[in-house]
Every structure is written in C-alpha cells, then in structure tokens.
Design a protein around this ligand. Structure first.
Ligand SMILES: [Zn+2]
Length: 370
C-alpha cells in the first residue's frame, strides 16, 4: 500500500509519469504532456481509443495542492489494478496530476497566489459579491492573518472566542458561508477566490472544452480530501447535474452523496464543467463530481477544528511565529486534516477510492462486463 503514497510533489510526479508505460499497454498511442505553472507542472497522461470516441474518463487531482497526495494514490491504484477493466476500444482516459503543483509541493491548499482554485471558476465575475458577508469587515481578523503568532495556545483561544456560537459576532456562521461562497475581498485571507482566472483554471477550462468537443460523453472524477465522514468517500455534485441525492445514491451505489446549489458555492470547477456543456455542447453527456475522503468528520466540533486549522495555517504562512510549538502543532493539524499519516485513513482512501471508481465506471458503462 505504501508505494501509492508519496511524501513530496517530485516523488508523486515521478510515479505518475511512470504510469505511462502501463497505460500504453492498453492504449499504444498514449502520451504525456507537461504544462508549466509557477515552479512546477501540471502533468497529463492521455490514452485514446483507435476508433470511435464515445466516452472519456477524466481524473484530476491536486486542485487543492496538499489534497492531491490522496488523489495521486487513487490514480496510481486505478492504473495498476482497474484500468484493465475499462472498455479501451471505445473509452479514452485522461489523467491529470497536480492541478495546483505549487500547493502540492508546499503542502498548502491554495496556490502561489493564495487562491483557492475551486473558488476561481467564476462564471460571471461582474456579478461577484464584493461584500459577501457584511460582517467580513468586522471579522477580518478571522479571515486575514493579523500578526506574528506569539504563543500557540493564546492564538488558538483567541480564534476560538470568535468562532464560538452565542456571541455577538458569529464567526462560525461567517466562516461557513465563506467556505462555500469563497471570499473575493481579502487576497491574504482564507477561502480567497482570486481576482481573475488563475493559470491552472485556464488550463483546466481548455481541457473541459477539448474533451466535450471530441467525445460524446465525459465522466470526470475530481479527487479531494477533508469533507464528509471520517475514512469514507463522499461524492459531491453540482445541482446543475439535474439529479437529486437519492437518484445519485441509487445510480452509483454510494452511501455518501451531497449536491450543492451553485448559487451558494461559487467558482467550483466541476460546476463550470456543466456550464461549458450547457452553453457549448448541449447534446453531450457529462458527469463531473468531486470525491472527498473525510478526515475530521462532520460534527460541529469537527467543523470548528477545521476552521481553526485553516486560519492558523494561513496566519503562520503569512506572518510566521516565534513559538516553535506553534509551527509544529499547526503543521501537524493541517496534515491531519488534508493528508493524514494514519494507516487506517490511507487504507480507507485506497479501498473507498477503488469502490467509487468501480461503481461510477460500472454505472456509466465504462467497465467491461464479465
Ligand atoms: Zn478540496
């Protein structure tokens, strides 16, 4: 199992590019491409059927940098153990490593411009709420790093006091809203969605157009971590898909499925994929979903822990600390949230990831019948 999980971006990239030989076994004309972003690359392995182009499976990882390590493991496992079941004669595959290479390299969730890429695929920038939540100004010390961390425990307590419910300024509600909507006011703040299209988003949008142009059907699995029940996979789908939770659960045989309203979750890349389909290729069929491996869980306590972790990591990055305990504890919590070393979690990633892949591929008829 351990060979699927890497401890650096470079190691993960090398393993990914090494998968080309196995992919060539099924797609002799398979090739890889590298697209430079900042100090790293987005790498693509594409294998296409010689004849008809009915269907393509797209897998993307690392849109949220650090979250890509789990996705890379699932991709690796897919090529080694599941690719043999795919209908190669009619189905293409497009595997993308590290949508946010800088974030993956530096074990951060955002990219080199502090942008949460999954809040960057804004369809209509003109209509962006510049003041998503009126309390943002008041609570900017929650969103924006405010000074060197002198003492870890003090900093935690301070943030806790603003997150706690029942106080006048309900930071918890504001954070929940920002998590979904992103925020477009504070460039150094958490959940920042960016001013303009980021290079990674521009590249992925080209991929979205290209695959919809060339294939009748596209199935997209975008791998993430943190959301949902601990050690389980959760499928997250835009309401633009049109199917409700029960239908999705039944279709894919997955226990955890969530849908979201694109009015409440701005700038999501999978929602943008449906937008491209709806506006340019209305006759094509698309399934595009996020697959999340849960870490902290779904309780309110877990959500508070999540906000605390994100806020402190952001502050540490921008302001630093004089307290070595702070650096260690903050990094440790951030890893526990997005890339735990815990063996049970990693086993679950592989088992749950394989299950999600198989169920989706079977339901979408990409899986060869016995
Ligand atoms: Zn994510």
């Amino acid at each position: 199992m351990s060979h699927y999980f890497s401890s650096s971006y470079e190691e993960s990239r090398e393993k990914f590019l090494g998968l080309l030989d196995t992919v060539k076994h099924y797609y002799p004309s398979a090739r890889s491409m590298s697209h430079t972003i900042e100090e790293g690359t987005i790498d693509v392995i594409i294998g296409e059927p010689p004849g008809s182009r009915e269907l393509v499976l797209l897998m993307t990882i690392g849109e949220h940098g650090i979250e890509g390590y789990a996705g890379a493991a699932v991709t690796h496992q897919f090529v080694e153990t599941q690719l043999q079941h795919v209908r190669h004669e009619s189905t293409g595959i497009c595997l993308i490593h590290a949508v946010n290479p800088w974030g993956m390299k530096h074990f951060r969730r955002v990219n080199e411009h502090n942008v949460d890429l999954n809040r960057n695929y804004v369809i209509d920038r003109e209509s962006l709420p510049r003041n998503v939540n009126k309390e943002y100004e008041v609570m900017r010390h929650l969103f924006v790093p405010d000074g060197v961390i002198d003492d870890y425990h003090e900093a935690r307590e301070h943030i806790y006091s603003f997150l706690g419910s029942g106080i006048k300024l309900d930071g918890f509600e504001a954070m929940k809203e920002a998590k979904g909507m992103g925020q477009y006011q504070f460039p150094k703040g958490v959940y920042y969605g960016g001013e303009a299209d980021e290079p990674s988003a521009i590249f992925i949008k080209e991929v979205q157009h290209d695959l919809l142009e060339r294939y009748d059907r596209v199935v997209h699995m975008d791998w993430h971590t943190a959301l949902g029940p601990t050690n389980e996979v959760t499928m997250v789908v835009s309401e633009r898909d049109g199917r409700d939770v029960d239908t999705l659960k039944q279709t894919y045989g997955l226990a955890n499925v969530q849908t979201y309203d694109p009015q409440d979750v701005l700038g999501d890349s999978t929602n943008h994929f449906y937008y491209v389909r709806d506006t340019h290729y209305p006759d094509k069929r698309l399934v595009s979903a996020l697959f999340e491996f849960g870490t902290f869980g779904t309780s309110t306590k877990a959500t508070i822990r999540e906000f605390l972790t994100i806020i402190l990591e952001n502050r540490l990055y921008f302001e630093g600390t004089k307290d070595p305990t702070a650096r260690n504890e903050i990094r440790k919590e951030f890893m526990a949230m997005f890339y735990p070393e815990d063996a049970a979690w990693r086993e679950a990633v592989l088992a749950e990831g394989a299950k999600a892949v198989e169920h989706v591929l079977r339901a979408e008829e990409l899986w060869r019948a016995r």
